[in-house]
Design a protein around this ligand. Sequence first.
Ligand code: PLP
Length: 337
Amino acid sequence: MTKILLNANENPCNLPLEMRQEIADAVLDLNFNRYPELNSDALKVLLADFYNVSAKQVSVGNGSDEVLGQIIYKVPADKSLLVFTDDFSMYDYYANLAGVSVVKYERDYKKALDPTDFVEFAKTQEKPVDLIIFSNPHNPSGAVVDATAIKTILKGLPDVRIVVDEAYGEFYGQSMVDYIEDYANLYVTRTLSKAIGAAGVRVGVVLSNAENIAVIEAGKVPYNVSALNALAASIIVKPKYRSAIEENIQKIINERDQMIKALNSLELKPGESLFVYPTESNFVLLEVTSVPIIMKKLKKADIEVRDFADKPNQIRLAIGTPEENQQVITILKEVIA
Ligand SMILES: Cc1ncc(COP(=O)(O)O)c(C=O)c1O
């Protein structure tokens, strides 16, 4: 039985066959004996077109993970990184590696963020905040901070670098990329790993004004994007494939909405409870009773989802194919409905 992987928020569909064929053909002509481009300059031009910015506003990483690390490493020892509680684990991971102090703002993902309170919190830290990073949509809840609130934060903290991690931005449809020239302290990260369906390729970007990008580039290792990754990415982002990508995103969004409807219409057994976090992403966070039994049954059916040691009543499900989602619903039904 093949495993059903709903644990890493990946795209359930492989890249279209035509795209994979074009990549395969191009690989034959690759000069494997040569290093790739030092700073991915040709790829930057294509990614700039894809994200509707200029090439000077792009730095490319081995996944957006790498660019997040490059940004975090720049926090000086006497300053701190501010993140929300329960956000993407790699922010802590890189901060720990680099010995960067981390401050956490307690956020209730069932409510909208109060940006004024957040700005006040940032201003009153003992170790001045140098950098803020948050995922938007947020992983794992799927919650969002809207553009108006983000602008309040950008304006309220003009000397703080603010990274909006839009790994799942395509599912939300609203992006801060349009504002990178309006706010000197704004950085946006994007990736080919989620909505685009190319997690295996490991290509992500940070988008910001040219000055900020030059600083990031000065701190990165040469040849950080392999020739194979760059080749695949340069084909994936071709304009002729955009409509296929868009269609796939829309399918996942529709499937997500179906899934939420199905979850919310379960008639629960006495003593069981279920809260489905509203989500603007390709995954859904559940607060649910009987997590150990649900996990056991999912495991038995070879379905992998994400649970959390520190939140024993939560499960995060990536949206899969309609059949995969149906299997999850059936198991949840057996346990709680
Ligand atoms: C919020 C968030 N940001 C960034 C990433 C990293 O993505 P990648 O390194 O594949 O671009 C992930 C992956 O799960 C994520 O959830």
